[in-house]
Design a protein around this ligand. Structure first.
Ligand SMILES: Cc1ncc(COP(=O)(O)O)c(C=O)c1O
Length: 384
């Protein structure tokens, strides 16, 4: 097994990558998306005791990491004095193996957020555009703005899919990075695979598409959904991002990855921090990948929790947007900010406002007893 530093050196940066990099901006200001504010909210609403909090606000996995990965997390601490080279290599090889790609097509990240940030930094800058849906997961927009790129928001269709033609029209006027979140956060909705294929075929030669499959494992039962990793298309402009934060329950470990054509990965790698994955994350990520049975069982459990959520909603005459994720969004008929602060006053955090869907709330699926609390508070709100 080659060590990480040698592995990186062996990849080098060729002439093509160097030319593409010449236009990459490096003047990043330090900032983070808004999750820190949520922690402050949680503390003020629920006291400093995190254990008492009902957190239905960040699409985490309420059940925790896979048991096999939890065990490795504990054991791996014994290696904390070492750099994570070996762990990292083993993880990259396992990711590559699981998607039948070469290791140098894999980019790891401090969460998939780092893959989003790396994509923005690599492909955007002044005179370029980030094209995103509205609403969608917003982090990449913040990173794009820092590069000096324009951020263009294209409303979702009436069926809550990405409006791919409108997004393409935006990309026609400037080199662009188009961000497709599928299933989409916060709507939990799908953009059909066949439409995405047509879209990629029409993508201007100077543009890239980042397909964020953070919620992949919760969508696989839909015939409309096919991952771009499981059924790849041979196009150097397509980057796929995945995370260990959702099905694998490792949000606090900060581990994600991207997969792309070798030349695209090579350019992006230059914009990343070296040693961006810590040893505990690498070892437990590897353990997670090696336990597909537990992963499938987590997906089945989510499907049951989702079914229960929709049954409870129907009982109350509510119609959430059909969900292909571990959360759902629904019309609350009241401003989301008011609903969220009502829930907060009762010790439950739900998703914040996602403009322009100002009356919709996003609820992550928690443990069954947490969801019972949720519905009790919901019913109280209706009668208050
Ligand atoms: C669509 C989407 N992409 C990326 C992320 C970031 O995940 P990570 O924890 O891997 O950085 C999230 C987190 O909620 C998300 O919803």
């Amino acid at each position: 097994m080659i060590s990480r530093r040698r592995f990186l050196q062996s990849l080098g940066v060729g002439a093509a990558a160097g030319a593409a990099l010449a236009s990459a901006p490096f003047s990043l200001e330090a900032f983070e998306p808004s999750r820190h504010g949520q922690a402050v909210d949680a503390k003020s609403a629920l006291g400093a005791n995190r254990a008492s909090a009902v957190l239905l606000n960040s699409n985490e996995n309420a059940y925790g990491p896979l048991p096999s990965a939890s065990k490795i997390m504990q054991q791996s601490l014994a290696w904390a004095n070492h750099y994570p080279d070996f762990d990292y290599d083993a993880l990259v090889l396992a990711i590559a193996d699981s998607h039948k790609v070469k290791p140098h097509q894999v980019l790891t990240g401090c969460g998939s957020t780092e893959i989003l940030r790396t994509s923005a930094v690599t492909f955007l800058g002044p005179g370029k555009k980030l094209v995103v849906a509205s609403p969608t997961f917003e982090a990449i927009g913040e990173y794009a703005r820092v590069t000096g790129a324009e951020v263009v928001k294209v409303p979702l269709t009436s069926g809550y899919a990405h409006d791919l033609d409108a997004m393409l029209a935006q990309a026609a006027s400037a080199p662009s990075l188009i961000y497709i979140c599928n299933p989409n956060n916060p709507t939990a909705s799908l953009t059909p695979r066949k439409d995405l294929e047509t879209f990629v075929a029409k993508l201007p030669a100077n543009s890239y598409v980042l397909i964020d499959e953070a919620y992949h494992h919760f969508a696989t039962e839909s015939p409309e959904y096919v991952s771009f990793l499981e059924k790849p298309i041979d196009d150097r402009r397509v980057i796929v991002a995945r995370t260990f934060s959702k099905i694998y329950g490792m949000a606090g470990m900060r581990l994600g990855y991207g997969v792309s054509a070798p030349e695209t990965a090579q350019v992006m790698r230059r914009c990343q921090l070296q040693d961006n994955v810590n040893m505990v994350a690498a070892q437990s990520g590897l353990a997670s990948l090696q336990d597909p049975e537990a992963m499938h069982s987590a997906a089945r459990r989510n499907a049951a929790d989702r079914q229960e959520f929709f049954s409870q909603a129907a009982r109350r005459g509510l119609k959430p947007i059909p969900s292909y994720a571990n959360f759902a969004m629904m019309d609350a008929s009241h401003p989301a900010t008011q609903v969220a602060s009502y829930f907060k006053s009762k010790g439950i955090l739900i998703g914040r406002r996602f403009p322009p869907m100002d009356n919709f709330v996003r609820i992550s699926f928690g443990l069954p007893q947490q969801m019972q609390q949720f519905w009790k508070v919901w019913d109280g709100m209706k009668t208050t």
